[in-house]
Design a protein around this ligand. Structure first.
Ligand code: ZN
Ligand code: ZN
Length: 400
């Protein structure tokens, strides 16, 4: 694929009219704005329909009438967020081009308008803003690592990703257990939330029977460990099977045939992750007779090894990103970050600018998630725009 460097982008695109570069499907800017808006209304509501269905399924609880209404309202708002971000790119560029800039430049064409349009995140309620900011920070880390790898400064491997995940999980579980005692808990999204540190103290004990008085759970340790592992094993397998079956839902026979043993890998990761974590915490509580947030350090580290069953760069980085999120929220609570600073929203805007810029200029290093997201939300318009950029650069003999 073609890499749009600053040099080649400006050499081949800066003198273009906005209809040859930004909206190649129509000549007039007003047509471009309305057609982009229509595409994004369709795309955004389609995208968020999937997001909300998955979220509701993941909660695994029965929905009351009020829940459904509440979720539907949130869905409408999320849709406005998506379609505003998606459709404003074209309009902002046409306006900028007419009012401020006489040429398209490397930084003002995608990075600037997409950083500004990130402000649409205000359509989302605060806890969802934290969630999307977390996701986008993680994607920026992924983008940077991919960039370093492409430049040849870094080599990725499954074992390195696993090690990063182990270190990250160790830190993250420790911070999560400390954060449990906070009155204003940070909204976190993780496979499972570790229980509050138990205040009970007991005698050190041997064997595997029963539970220690210090254990942060009810019932025998073995049940606690196996139940968690089995549940998440099921969730992991179900997720990876659904991913295969849903696109083939109209041909059930083919769908069933496409299931393979490898779909168990995600289940092994999920189940192993919680199983090892609980096992280590219980062993430490039983042998020392007391619980401590510090138990999460070795437990999180060893549990992280489960990622080896199903390596993934975005997941490997996720605990580090979420640790930063906890530290950030402590910063707010301790007054280190003034409360009126919209840090979450600013971080989101900057990340969105960086990632959408990467989508257009450095497709090879851009995380898959962003490419799919922009494709869906803009109903393929993002790909058309990027195609026009690349055509121009190739026509000028660039792109090497
Ligand atoms: Zn225009
Ligand atoms: Zn236990």
């Amino acid at each position: 694929m073609v890499e749009a460097s600053k040099f080649w982008f400006e050499k081949s695109c800066s003198d273009s009219d906005c209809h040859t570069l930004i909206h190649p499907w129509t000549r007039t800017c007003s047509n471009a704005t309305s057609s982009m808006l229509m595409s994004c209304i369709k795309g955004s509501y389609k995208f968020y329909a999937m997001v909300y269905i998955i979220q509701i399924l993941m909660r695994g609880k029965k929905l009351t009438k009020e829940d459904i209404l509440e979720q539907f309202k949130l869905y409408l708002k999320s849709g406005i967020f998506g379609l505003t971000v998606g459709s404003s790119f074209v309009t902002l560029n046409c306006i900028f081009r007419k009012l401020f800039f006489s040429q398209f430049t490397y930084y003002t064409t995608v990075l600037l308008p997409c950083t500004i349009s990130g402000a649409a995140v205000y359509f989302e309620p605060p806890y969802r803003r934290v969630m999307v900011a977390n996701l986008f920070v993680n994607l920026v880390f992924e983008y940077w690592i991919r960039t370093l790898e492409m430049k040849g400064w870094l080599r990725r491997s499954a074992s390195r990703e696993t090690l990063i995940f182990m270190l990250g999980s160790s830190l993250f579980f420790y911070l999560m257990r400390l954060d449990r005692d906070n009155k204003k808990r940070t909204p976190l999204f993780w496979f499972f939330t570790p229980p509050r540190v138990s205040k009970e103290v007991g005698e050190p004990m041997d064997g595997i029977k029963g539970r220690s008085d210090a254990c942060p759970h009810k019932g025998p340790c073995v049940n606690y460990i196996l139940k968690g592992a089995a549940q998440l094993f099921g969730v992991g397998c179900a997720m990876s099977m659904l991913r295969t079956i849903i696109p083939r839902i109209l041909t059930p026979a083919k769908a069933l045939k496409s299931l393979k043993l490898s779909h168990l890998k995600l289940g092994v990761f999920f189940g192993g992750y919680i199983g090892i974590y609980r096992l280590i915490v219980c062993l430490l509580c039983r042998s020392t007779g007391r619980d401590s947030a510090l138990h999460a350090v070795p437990a999180g580290f060893l549990a992280g090894a489960a990622l080896r069953a199903s390596p993934s760069l975005p997941i490997a980085l996720a605990p580090l990103t979420s640790s930063l999120q906890i530290l950030g929220s402590w910063g707010y609570q301790k007054g280190l970050i003034p409360e009126q600073w919209p840090l979450v929203e600013l971080v989101y805007c900057i990340c969105q600018g960086i990632l959408f810029h990467a989508r257009v200029m450095h497709e090879d290093a851009c995380p898959r998630y962003i490419i799919n997201l922009m494709h869906t939300v803009t109903s393929n318009k993002a790909d058309e725009i990027q195609g026009a950029f690349i055509q121009k650069i190739l026509a000028h003999g660039g792109g090497m």
